[in-house]
Design a protein around this ligand. Sequence first.
Ligand code: HSE
Length: 428
Amino acid sequence: MTTPLRLGIAGLGTVGVGVVRIVRTHAALLQARTGRDIQITAVSARDQSRDRGINLSHYAWESDPVALAKRDDIDIYVELMGGADGPALDSVRAALETGKDVVTANKAMLAMHGHELAKLAEEKGRIIRFEAAVAGGIPVIKALNEGLAGNEITRVMGVMNGTCNYILTRMESAGLPYATVFQEANDLGYLEADPTLDVGGIDAGHKLALLSAIAFGTRPDFSGMELEGIERISIDDIRQAADMGYRIKLLGVAQRTGRGLEQRMQPCLVPMESPLGQLEGGTNMVVIEGDAVEQIVLRGPGAGQGPTASAVMGDVCDLARGFRMPTFGRPADMLDELPAAMSSLPAPYYLRMGLIDKPGALAKIAMILGNSGVSIDRMRQYSHSATSAPVLIVTHKTTRSALDEALAAMESTDVIASAPVALRIESV
Ligand code: HSE
């Protein structure tokens, strides 16, 4: 007769309640699959009186998550509060210190403190699992750590923020401006409490930092990422991209190069007919390339109660089966500390700018691009009534540094009416 596996759950929002529901409704299934009776012993949240639509009276209540993490009647501390620091970090440290394994959905905490926590877990002989932190219900960490373990991973890409993908696809399908769709997303409850986390690319950047660590054997390095959000994408950008056969996606791309770890999370143009180009609404997609497997594409719901709780329970079940692995797939002291490398591979770029409509303005811009070695592939000026002329340029392949040099030179001219938007056209 095996002993039960006892969970302490901190955070009873959407995901926490989803986990409680699965533990209850699938008790027999979980027992059959893992050979252990998975039980909840104690829970913690800010407000005990809130009606969460489930009966929590069978569980001990702790108002302090650190106290929950330290209880000696739990085996796994399930952290679902969020936040890079504060109670989440304190309680995860406390859980590891007092001999508990940890399952968390907290991408921000692991992107910022992952290496330190991985070392602490190893010192204490404990495990941290975080499938729910990346791409919701898609088992992408499991795919990288297990199914693809025989590959050298060459590139990881993904659309990993459903809210941004919803905003971008809705702008296109309804022909609505960014501000209107942002408000819609807010009314639908899609946006994080701090919307910058979504639309500024930070949430997706945290996820990419975690995937990079596993894929390339490096310490999570969020601060080294090139990061740009979707706030400056206009409906005109979306229409013009579509005209040329592209869609705009908030795309993460990571690869290990001879110069260091390249990680970028930024809006890019991808071919409309590619799997990434076809991705609609709040769905996530992760593309992994390895030397043996070539390319795999994983697609699924990136958020929500069921999908995220599903990922949490996958981790709990692995621990119930006795499956133990270092946090980022290899011992913490074998994770390389690489310098951040800017993308050096040339790519075509899409540029959109407003020019003061006066003789010679366009010539000045073309000259600046030429002086930086940036060659123009296509160019359009749209009809307009105001004094600022909307101009769209698609370049031939160029490096980001050459383009940045040109963009800086444009700023010091007297012909720019609105700062240029520059988007990489990614080959996927
Ligand atoms: N806000 C995220 C998204 C889900 O929209 O995908 C949590 O990471």
